[in-house]
Design a protein around this ligand. Structure first.
Ligand SMILES: Nc1ncnc2c1ncn2[C@@H]1O[C@H](COP(=O)(O)OP(=O)(O)OP(=O)(O)O)[C@@H](O)[C@H]1O
Ligand SMILES: [Mg+2]
Length: 407
């Protein structure tokens, strides 16, 4: 009996133990699973952490980069024996500075454009192109779309420009044969709005030459302190891309007579002028670079500019006479819907002394009057109104002398 019961109790106990073992095994399995899950979570968290750390590093370096002060652009004026260089930053004063040891000494030449540390102005980099991008910006790549047939009158001036600028570029041998040197520089002078800029553009259109236009007032106002260098680089580019025509519009802005009492602004203008004179002296007449200047203030030009070998050929661009005024009006009314009663001769006859630009303004105003009164055609009355309006505006400008036609 007792055996049986002891037998029973022992088998109970072993079942109990088996159960326990199974439970423990299950638990072990679960824990293992749990462990591997946590383990993989940990790995992914770690890789995420690495990613964030990388991001942080990137942002930090970006931040550093953004915080670095800008570099100043300067030009080397001279290289001293000590290895130091004299530089001029675009703001004006000159400095003697050192340069970074990573820069090849051979790259440091007078005239080279360099990047300067903002605080010490030490040279920290050499700019690849010695030329200023503004110089390249001055080149007009496509020729301006002005042809001689869009110029009213000015026949003699056109012929002279052809002979002195176009021909030497197209047929240099003709000059060589005769044994004469074509003029280096041609100066167009005449009152405002008489068509000087227009003429130069037309010449550019006709030749295949590179046309480089530079406006005197821009040279000294927009690129303060850089005028002389720009002039030098401009001529350099003209030589590289020859045949070329350099057109200096508003020459008076840099070419006014030099005065004794000079402010720093004047001195800047004078430096630019000196450079222009030097460049003109420097280039070979038979080379393929021609220069056209334009001014409406011949009276204030420095005589040095007009000496032989510089702008020694003058072309006076005059105000249109009666027939020429008709031509100019015809050109500027070509696209307009004109009434049959329009007599451009009549308009021309009452506009003695006005410029081509004024005539263009009259044509445009007449069109405006027609638009305002909602007409399809421009009438003679519109032209009369327009003429009156343009002439009275002219009279308010003291420089002009258009006479008192409608007083
Ligand atoms: N002879 C002309 N025939 C046709 N249009 C003309 C003529 N003269 C002037 N114009 C018109 O007047 C505008 C201004 O002329 P332009 O710019 O050539 O004058 P400018 O002589 O250079 O004057 P500024 O001395 O003020 O620079 C031209 O764009 C053109 O439309
Ligand atoms: Mg002009």
């Amino acid at each position: 009996m007792a055996d049986i019961s002891s037998d029973e109790s022992s088998s109970d106990f072993s079942r109990y133990l088996l159960d326990k073992v199974r439970q423990l095994e299950e638990r072990n399995l679960r824990l293992r699973e749990e462990y591997s899950r946590v383990e993989s979570e940990k790995r992914s968290a770690e890789s995420e952490k690495l990613r964030y750390e990388r991001d942080v590093r990137k942002l930090r370096s970006e931040l550093e980069r953004l915080k670095t002060p800008p570099l100043v652009i300067g030009t080397i004026l001279d290289v001293l024996e000590t290895g130091k260089v004299v530089i001029k930053s675009s703001t004006g004063p000159r400095f003697i500075v050192g340069s970074s040891q990573f820069i090849d000494g051979a790259d440091l030449q007078p005239g080279t454009r360099v990047a300067l540390n903002q605080q010490t102005l030490a040279v920290v980099g050499v700019l690849s192109s010695p030329k200023d991008p503004t110089v390249y910006g001055m080149e007009i790549i496509e020729s301006p779309s002005v042809d001689y047939d869009q110029i009213g009158g000015l026949k003699a001036q056109i012929r002279e420009l052809k002979e002195t600028v176009e021909l030497p570029l197209i047929k240099p041998e003709a000059f060589a044969k005769v044994g004469i040197e074509p003029p280096k520089g041609v100066l167009l002078h005449g009152p405002p709005g008489s068509g000087k800029t227009l003429l130069a553009k037309a010449v550019a259109q006709r030749t295949n030459a590179t046309f480089i236009r530079v406006v005197g007032s821009e040279l000294v106002q927009k690129y303060i302190g850089e005028g002389a260098r720009l002039v030098r680089e401009l001529f350099e580019m003209a030589r590289e891309k020859s045949p070329s025509i350099i057109f200096v519009d508003e020459l008076d802005a840099i070419g006014a007579k030099r005065l004794e009492s000079a402010t720093s602004g004047d001195r800047e203008v004078q430096r630019t002028l000196m450079q222009l004179l030097a460049e003109m002296d420097g280039f070979d007449v038979r080379g393929n670079v021609r220069i056209i200047g334009a001014t409406n203030r011949l009276d204030i030009l420095d005589p040095a500019l007009l000496r032989p070998g510089r702008f020694d050929r003058m072309i006076e661009v005059t105000l249109p006479d009666l027939d020429e005024r008709v031509e100019v009006l015809e050109i500027h009314t070509k696209g307009m819907n004109l009434a049959d009663d329009i007599k451009l001769e009549q308009i021309a006859s009452i506009t003695d002394g006005v410029s081509g630009a004024d005539l263009k303004a009259i044509a445009m105003e007449a069109g405006m009057f027609a638009v305002r009164s909602d007409k399809d055609l421009v009438m003679m009355s519109d032209f009369e109104e327009a003429t009156k309006k343009v002439l009275t505006t002219q009279k308010m400008q003291p420089l002009r002398d258009t006479g008192a036609m409608f007083a």
